[in-house]
Design a protein around this ligand. Structure first.
Ligand code: GLN
Length: 304
């Protein structure tokens, strides 16, 4: 696996397609050529290539983990009344709700993730962000922290997310102080991770909630199952169908350039490369996942 990762990294290193996210000004300032890949197995091994230990902000890769925590706290029936599980087919920041339910389509797009932040805020108030940070840290197997500059940049420019928050409050999907809920959401997006962290975080889900390196149970079994299902159908924004078809690994991407993938009972995969395609997915991350899936037969419906 180690040799295969080095070759994979080499194969895609020269691909400079795509562009940095710039709607959050601090994201436009990262070094664009960084590229790291990491794979963690459920029996505790780690393989890395390239810039696997460079920090970047987790952004939307935090969304399945926050959803998993909310599932544990209020249960799947209650959460389904607040946010759906249907792929939206729209961009991650779309200001569109499911017309049948008047709720966000799913927890992997901004509207759904802000709803989830609202649920956590209802449950534990100002403790919501520390709770998210603690559980993500347990999944990564080390203490994580936020990137203050990115956090401030999100707060200063997050008007679209504010609009979504107020609409959610207006239609009753969230019921609490919108500014504090958005602050929780902005902070969770600003948590700094590496590709290696994402591999461990993926392996924790692959190992049905137990971090294979620390042996600590981080998430509950049923919540993990529900989270993986939503990652599989909705994790890659409006490329989710194509991703399920071509790659077939439950995954979540973020505009910081990270992607986490979960090969059930086997592997967590983390990639980092900040140049994004039109859907907001990391270009070299997509290429690396596609190769790993075909080279190692990781597609969920692999037949050979
Ligand atoms: N913080 C970003 C936002 O809310 C996260 C989006 C993403 O990674 N797709 O716009």
């Amino acid at each position: 696996m180690q040799q295969a990762l080095i070759e994979l990294h080499e194969r895609h290193r020269g691909n400079l397609d795509g562009a940095l996210a710039d709607y959050i000004p601090q994201l436009a300032m990262v070094e664009p050529d960084q590229f790291g890949v990491a794979v963690a197995t459920t029996d505790g091994q780690l393989f890395t290539a390239g810039h696997a230990d460079r920090p970047f902000t987790i952004q939307s890769v935090s969304k399945p983990y926050a959803y998993c925590i909310a599932l544990e706290m209020i249960g799947r029936k209650a959460i389904l009344g607040r946010v759906g599980v249907e792929p939206s087919g729209d961009a991650f920041n779309a200001i569109i709700f499911d017309p049948k339910t008047n709720r966000a389509f799913n927890p992997m797009v901004n509207a759904g993730a802000i709803t989830v932040a609202g649920i956590l805020y209802e449950q534990v108030g100002e403790g919501a962000f520390p709770l998210i940070l603690d559980r993500l840290s347990q999944a990564a197997g080390r203490p994580l922290a936020i990137n203050e500059a990115v956090y401030r940049s999100e707060v200063e420019t997050g008007h679209r997310n504010r609009a979504i928050g107020h609409l959610l409050r207006n239609c009753g999907a969230i019921d609490g102080p919108v500014d504090a809920i958005l602050d929780t959401y902005f902070r969770q997006c600003s948590i700094e991770v590496t590709a290696t962290d994402l591999a461990h975080m993926g392996a924790t889900l692959a190992h049905i909630g137990e971090n294979p390196s620390t042996r600590r149970q981080v998430f509950e079994l049923n919540a993990v199952r529900d989270t993986l299902a939503v990652m599989f159908t909705c994790g890659m924004y409006d490329y989710s169908g194509g991703w399920a078809f071509n790659v077939g690994i439950p995954a979540k991407s973020g505009v910081g350039g990270g992607i986490v993938g979960v090969v059930n009972r086997q592997l967590g995969i983390g990639t980092f490369s900040p140049r994004l395609d039109a859907q907001g997915n990391s270009v070299r991350g997509l290429a690396a996942f596609a190769d790993l899936s075909s080279d190692f037969g990781l597609h969920a419906f692999e037949c050979t």
